[in-house]
Design a protein around this ligand. Structure first.
Ligand SMILES: [Zn+2]
Length: 304
């Protein structure tokens, strides 16, 4: 079966060039040890079964909705946290943060056509900003900030193109934040930068989907809370982040909360994403959750 070797290899997860395979092992699958491949491609980490479909995911829009609702809920439940729109936005942002490790979100694939325009718009804006800074600003800190901004814009435009450029852009953004944090002595900003820089290089649903990452995110919020004097940052950020992990728990792959201590995936597979019924259920869950939080608020007003 030498002739068939190449083909079967590239449709299994035994090969690093496998176009469909997910190179990270889904929870519960056993690694059988290194399995030789027949095609001459370097072997990827081998697993017992080929993975022909990407692991089911909760859609980004649902994560955002759940995060925002969680933010509203936090204001209702936590005694000394006040209802605040920036806080709720922060919870929404935090609910998207764990998927910084996401190699290829469905959203970005769908946007393929639009992206071309957006990408060129970013590149053009970057060039204009750089030219403006060069001609109109005196050499000094302001000009450097403008150049950095132009470079960031250019990188963000590139990030829409492919995975490695996306990683590069996040790495750059993260490193700039680490530097800015060190310069202004904001530890939280440095930690946040380190998180953003490192997350894209971890495999999907690994480190960012653990209680340790959630704790780190909450701690960053706590430090920002102290530095900025903006009360409730830790609560909004931590709850938003956790809401993502809980939502992912409702899918087939579940969440391995205790990695690397334990490989056990907690799951309550209610959502099977990708189908029309699954999408409807996702919307239903968001709506039900929203209703629950609305009830909480109503109850609070009733009590005075
Ligand atoms: Zn996730």
């Amino acid at each position: 079966m030498v002739g068939a070797g190449k083909r079967s290899c590239c449709y299994s997860s035994f090969c690093a060039k496998n176009p469909l395979g997910d190179l990270s092992a889904p929870s519960g699958w056993k690694t059988p040890g290194l399995v030789g491949n027949t095609c001459g491609h370097s072997p990827a980490r081998p697993y017992l079964r080929p993975i022909l479909h990407p692991a089911p995911l909760v859609r980004g829009s649902s994560h955002l909705a759940i995060g925002l609702i969680t933010g509203v809920g936090i204001a209702a439940v936590v005694p000394d946290v006040r209802f605040s729109l920036p806080g709720i936005a922060l919870a929404g942002f935090s609910s998207l943060a764990p998927d910084l490790d996401h190699p290829n979100s469905r959203l970005s694939k769908r946007m393929g056509f639009m992206q071309n325009y957006v990408r060129w718009a970013f590149a053009a804006a970057a060039v204009l900003l750089a030219v403006y800074a060069y001609l109109n600003l005196p050499p000094g800190p302001n000009q450097r900030v403008a150049f950095t901004g132009a470079l960031s814009m250019f990188l963000i435009g590139m990030a829409m193109q492919n995975q490695s450029a996306r990683k590069l852009a996040l790495l750059f953004t993260g490193v700039v934040a680490v530097g800015a944090g060190l310069y202004w002595q904001f530890l939280w900003l440095s930690l946040l930068g380190a998180f953003v820089a490192a997350a894209p290089f971890t495999s999907h649903r690994s480190f960012t989907h653990t209680i340790w990452a959630a704790a780190l995110w909450t701690y960053i919020g706590h430090l920002a809370n102290k530095d900025l004097g903006w009360h409730g940052v830790a609560a909004y950020a931590g709850a938003g982040y956790l809401s993502h992990l809980l939502a992912d728990t409702l899918t087939k792959s579940g969440v391995r909360y205790l990695l690397p201590l334990s490989d056990y995936a907690v799951k309550l597979p209610l959502i099977s994403t990708g189908s029309a019924a699954g999408n409807l259920l996702e919307i239903g869950i968001c709506a039900g959750y929203g209703l629950l939080i609305a009830l909480l608020w109503w109850q609070r007003y009733q009590l005075g």
